[in-house]
Write a protein that binds this ligand. Structure first.
Ligand SMILES: Cc1cc2nc3c(=O)[nH]c(=O)nc-3n(C[C@H](O)[C@H](O)[C@H](O)COP(=O)(O)O)c2cc1C
Ligand code: FES
Length: 466
């Protein structure tokens, strides 16, 4: 297939980026025609390839796109439709050093100011340490660093992040945070890690699903769907393979709970995924982590590798990087994104449990949902259901930011009054009076979903429209 765009040839750097991911191209053999299944089987690599180009060159030139299309046998017009859909990919030349400064609500409340030459971006999921920024340096040794709190007048280029989430021993989901070394499987095991997986394996898949159903756990990703019911549907689906997709796209302004879990307790998510895959017969799993979470991604990749080395995983887990599209948090848009397509939601039905990723039965679950499963397996579903309210069991992670004394992540039983949550965050900052509390998704950018987050601010800030 002769595939051409109007761009010049790819540079050696761009080709190296693509070949680094796909391997060296085979010598051309014009007697062999690749198409059909071979072509489709590569399509899902389009986003990883685009990331590789963007990381290496700082933008995606027409030449680089053309080369990627040739290597993946994708028509350029289609690939252009994909690359132009995602905010992360720059289609015009850009400096190797890119500073992304958050201008969303918590950062505005914290006094974020415009910076010359910086790219203004929506919430970076660092609202507890606002104002926030993300710096990327393109090249063979690509690097991305979160900067929060971000001081544009300081030496941010050489800043080393030092923030650590404070330990909260009374909590459940957060109990290992600040206690375990997120880079060490030994540390995780010394703190009870992988006991739930062992127990799940001794119980058997059906008994695990029974406990999750008895726990009446509702999904923590926003739609509050009963987790046990979803797991049972996937387990019962006759078509193979089954896929598990962990949704770590967390892009709702003001929300950072999944980041805190992944950065500080990544093995817990790996363990939760292993239990979910075991119970529902998933052969392969993906974790789709938003592009703006480089540390979470790195820690998860390390946790997966260590768990595999220790023989704890009998299925494959692949970490996929989002590309700056809020809508990809919606599960079917996320599937399209993994498949190398524009992140556009699909019609339902069919539902993902029957026809999901790559058209196969799929279990999509949020990070927090999966981490809850550890305690359900260890304590039993009945014990889990004794916390929270009748309709909504267990504890819940709430992200509190804005004009409170101690912004952060708080775990409280469902049903806790908002006042208590604000008090947990230290109450209002001195000299402030309560004007408004913004719950769930901020409307500033037209998002209107409800999630477990609260922002406390001054009225004129909250009313700001763009
Ligand atoms: C616009 C939109 C954005 C969403 N963003 C997320 C997200 O960032 N993370 C998430 O887990 N679920 C998100 N969801 C919900 C998912 O579609 C899905 O319900 C969820 O991942 C299922 O997991 P759960 O059952 O564990 O909650 C979003 C839904 C919509 C409509
Ligand atoms: S990081 Fe700026 S609003 Fe969330």
């Amino acid at each position: 297939m002769d595939i051409r765009t109007t761009g010049g040839p790819a540079t050696a750097e761009e080709m190296a980026a693509v070949d680094g991911l796909l391997g060296q191209p085979e010598p051309a053999d014009h007697r062999v025609v690749h198409g059909g299944h071979t072509t489709r089987s590569h399509r899902h690599l389009l986003l990883p390839v685009l990331h590789a180009i963007q990381d290496r060159a700082g933008w995606v030139s027409r030449g680089a796109l053309e080369y990627a299309c040739r290597r993946l046998s994708i028509p350029p017009a289609e690939a252009y439709g994909v690359v132009s859909f995602y905010a992360r990919f720059a289609l015009q030349p850009r400096a190797a050093l890119a500073l992304h400064v958050c201008d969303d609500i918590a950062c505005m409340v914290a006094g974020a100011t415009p910076v010359d030459g910086a790219i203004r971006v929506p919430c970076l999921g660092l609202c507890d340490r606002a104002p926030a920024a993300l710096v990327e340096r393109a090249g063979a040794d690509y690097e991305a660093r979160q900067l929060a709190p971000f001081d544009p007048t300081g030496d941010w280029l050489n800043e080393t992040p030092t923030h650590q989430q404070p330990q909260r021993p009374q909590s459940k989901l957060l109990r290992r945070i600040g206690l375990v070394d997120p880079d060490s499987i030994d540390s995780y095991r010394q703190n009870g890690g992988f006991a739930a997986l062992e127990r799940a394996r001794s119980m058997g898949p059906q008994a695990v699903i029974r406990e999750v159903t008895e726990a009446r756990l509702l999904g923590r990703g926003g739609a509050a769907f009963p987790t046990g019911r979803k797991w049972q549907s996937v387990a019962d689906a006759p078509v193979r393979p089954h896929y598990l997709v962990c949704n770590a796209d967390e892009s709702e302004p003001g929300t950072f709970k999944d980041r805190v879990l992944m950065e500080n307790d990544p093995f817990a998510l790996v363990e939760g995924m292993a239990i979910a895959a075991f119970a529902t017969g998933c052969d392969k799993a993906f974790v789709y982590v938003r592009a703006e979470y480089p540390l979470a991604r790195q820690r998860l990749e390390n946790a997966i590798a260590q768990a595999r080395e220790h023989g704890l995983l009998d299925f494959e887990i692949e970490v996929r990087r989002g590309a700056g599209a809020y809508i990809c948090g919606e599960e079917t848009a996320l599937f399209n994104s993994i498949e190398g397509k524009r992140g556009e939601p699909r019609n339902k039905p069919p539902f993902p449990v029957q026809v999901g990723l790559f058209g196969k039965p799929t279990l999509p679950n949020n990070v927090e949902t999966l981490v809850n499963v550890l305690d359900i397996v260890l304590e039993g579903g009945g014990a889990f259901a004794s916390t929270g309210t009748k309709e909504s069991t267990g504890t819940r992670l709430f992200c509190v930011s804005g004009q409170v004394l101690h912004p952060g992540l708080f775990e409280v039983p469902m049903g806790t009054p908002l006042r208590e949550l604000i008090e947990l965050a230290g109450g209002l900052r001195p000299g402030r009076t309560m004007a408004a509390v913004l719950l769930g998704g901020a409307e500033l950018r037209g998002h209107s979903r409800h999630r477990g987050d609260a922002r406390v601010g001054r009225r004129h800030r909250l009313r700001r429209h763009r």
